[in-house]
Design a binder for this molecule. Structure first.
Ligand SMILES: N[C@@H](CCC(=O)N[C@@H](CS)C(=O)NCC(=O)O)C(=O)O
Length: 198
């Protein structure tokens, strides 16, 4: 099994951490999305990462489909068996991925548009969603023990991306959220190796 990824990609960090946690034999290969490499677009016409390629050639994307695939592959190691707890984990993952979507929209707005075309009201709208959601997370952190699930990995991926691209812009007034990675790392000591980096 192989995951196409890039070191900065938060969704890739989530999927790679999850595969590692599940104890699955999974190789990682860097793919430059800007160059549309054949291995990537041949397996995922969207040309996005993460894209997982199983040993039999099955391609799986996006990151949430990958997470569910890893859960089935590992004999249900990634999400709680209890239905209510599973819903809770999946909604936490959706929230963290949703915040990441907003962050990425902001990064792409600045990266891919000519400076005079950057639309500030769009950036402001994304930022207000991010602020509201981070406040919610600060007040509603998941119980974190050695039994981790998809929601924990999505949160860890989000906080890794915030640290990489938005350091100093989100931490004030959110001490519990800021300190959560320290707690997570106790149960997932390889966090540093997987989290977003440039
Ligand atoms: N919803 C997708 C989002 C994936 C995504 O947007 N990945 C980014 C990198 S973090 C990407 O591939 N960007 C390149 C592009 O959109 O062309 C997922 O959860 O996997």
């Amino acid at each position: 099994m192989k995951i196409l990824y890039s070191p900065a990609s938060p969704y890739s960090a989530k999927a790679r951490m999850a595969a590692h946690y599940c104890g699955l034999d999974c190789e990682s290969a860097i793919a430059d999305t800007n160059a549309d490499p054949q291995e990537l677009i041949g397996n995922n016409p969207l040309g996005k990462i993460p894209t997982l390629i199983d040993d039999d050639g099955t391609a799986v994307y996006d990151s949430r489909a990958i997470m569910q695939f890893l859960d089935r592959k590992s004999g249900k190691k990634l999400y709680p068996r209890n239905a209510d707890k599973r819903t809770e984990a999946e909604v936490l993952e959706a929230l963290c991925d949703g915040i990441t979507d907003c962050l990425l929209a902001m990064v792409y707005e600045v990266r891919f548009r000519p400076e005079e075309k950057v639309y500030q009201p769009w950036l402001d709208r994304q930022w207000s969603k991010i602020e509201r959601s981070l406040d919610y997370l600060n007040d509603n952190l998941p119980r974190t023990t050695k039994k981790l699930h998809g929601g924990h990995f999505a949160l860890a991926a989000l906080l890794g991306y915030l640290a990489l691209r938005f350091e100093g812009r989100w931490e004030r007034g959110r001490p519990k959220l800021k300190n959560w990675p320290g707690k997570f790392e106790k149960f997932f000591p390889d966090y540093n190796q997987f989290k977003s980096q440039s």
